[in-house]
Design a protein around this ligand. Structure first.
Ligand SMILES: O=C(O)CCC(=O)N[C@@H](CCC(=O)O)C(=O)O
Ligand SMILES: [Zn+2]
Length: 345
């Protein structure tokens, strides 16, 4: 296995050739500068051997198997590290979330992995399918990575996705609910430097991967949407040049040279509610080509379910992630209002 990875420097290909599990973990060094550990299929940790590192960075992709741009981006970064073109100065863990779903070209096999974190994998029917088992394992890998060094660390987790439909703001980030902690202006300006200038502040605890890292490890964690979903190989990777450059600066411990916080460069939204599905007949009152961040006026009938209208409550609310085809009980859409910078520090 070690030889297979060392010959190709292609961790994605290696992962896809072992989509379910690895018979054993293994480790090796790159020159005298980087220690590499492969803990499981899709789980690789890079640790600088000499640099005095203080940041633990997790980059995850393929939590949804058909969201390919983040997979291609992470694989390009991993290949640069493995081939020693990129010398990291901070600890970095890359996670390829759901290799079996990549093979399948689908969002998931049995159950949406990004609804199974923060212990949800073990509720109700328990660890009964591959996504539940994987969510449980991914939580353990995050714990092992973030708790390996005891002195104070800056923990970061960027969980990279793409959206099912087009968006008025192409790239955007969801900032998980973090009661008692201000949102970080520095992180928001870092994302802005990556070409992600739209931020959604979540209003409640969730079972997403980014919420798990944020809540349990006080990580600066985000779900990041990088545009519309395309099949593998059909992404325009020039759209991620700024993101790749900024992530490289972060991993190599370089001065990020971020501008002062500037509201004018940003679009800030507050999630005001999540509309969940109660009946099988839930239907939106708009077509599939209506983009994320489209605004609707107060009183507008956004959807119908159980013979009742679901109406817009605020003067104006914008939609994100509408999906009527989710199981009963899950989120069909997040509703957004404008946010200001009052909860930022
Ligand atoms: O475009 C869509 O409808 C879904 C895109 C996606 O996978 N989004 C994440 C957001 C997670 C969060 O709210 O932090 C998801 O639905 O899991
Ligand atoms: Zn996704």
């Amino acid at each position: 296995m070690l030889q297979q990875l060392k010959q190709s420097n292609d961790f994605l290909a290696f992962t896809l050739s072992h989509p379910q599990y690895l018979p054993e973990s293994f480790a090796f060094d790159l020159g005298e500068h980087t220690h590499v550990e492969v803990w499981d299929t899709g789980v690789i940790v890079f640790e600088p051997l000499q640099a005095k590192h203080c940041t633990d960075i997790i980059l995850s992709c393929a939590v949804h198997g058909n969201e390919t741009a983040p997979i291609e981006l992470c694989n390009a970064l991993m290949t640069e590290i493995l081939s020693q073109q990129l010398l990291i100065k901070e600890r970095v863990m890359f996670l390829i979330g759901n290799p079996a779903a990549i093979h399948n070209g689908s969002r998931f096999i049995d159950e949406n992995l990004n609804r199974l974190f923060n212990g949800a994998h073990s509720r109700d029917e328990g660890l009964c399918n591959p996504e539940r088992v994987r969510a449980h394992k991914l939580e353990q890998y995050v714990d092992r990575f973030y708790t390996a060094h005891t002195k104070h660390r800056h923990r970061i987790h960027y969980d990279l996705h793409t959206a099912i439909r087009g968006s008025k703001h192409e790239k955007f980030a969801i900032y998980p609910y973090r009661p008692g902690r201000k949102y970080s202006k520095q992180q928001i300006m870092f994302l802005e430097s990556c070409g992600i200038n739209t931020i959604l502040f979540h209003h409640e605890p969730t079972t997403t991967f980014s919420y798990f890292s944020s809540e349990n490890y006080q990580a600066d964690a985000f779900t990041i949407e990088l545009g519309k979903v395309f099949p593998m190989g059909q992404n325009d990777m020039t759209r991620f040049i700024a993101l790749k450059a900024s992530l490289t600066l972060l991993m190599t411990g370089k001065d990020l040279q971020l501008p002062e916080f500037d509201l004018k460069r940003l679009n800030l939204y507050q999630v005001c509610r999540s509309i969940n599905k109660h009946f099988d007949d839930f239907e939106f009152n708009f077509t599939n080509d209506v983009e994320n961040f489209t605004a609707f006026p107060q009183g507008y009938t956004l959807a119908m379910e159980g013979g009742q209208p679901v109406k817009i409550q605020h003067a104006s609310e914008s939609i994100v992630f509408p999906n009527a085809k989710v199981p009963v009980g899950q989120r069909t859409v997040l509703m957004l209002t404008a946010a200001d910078d009052s909860n930022l520090a």
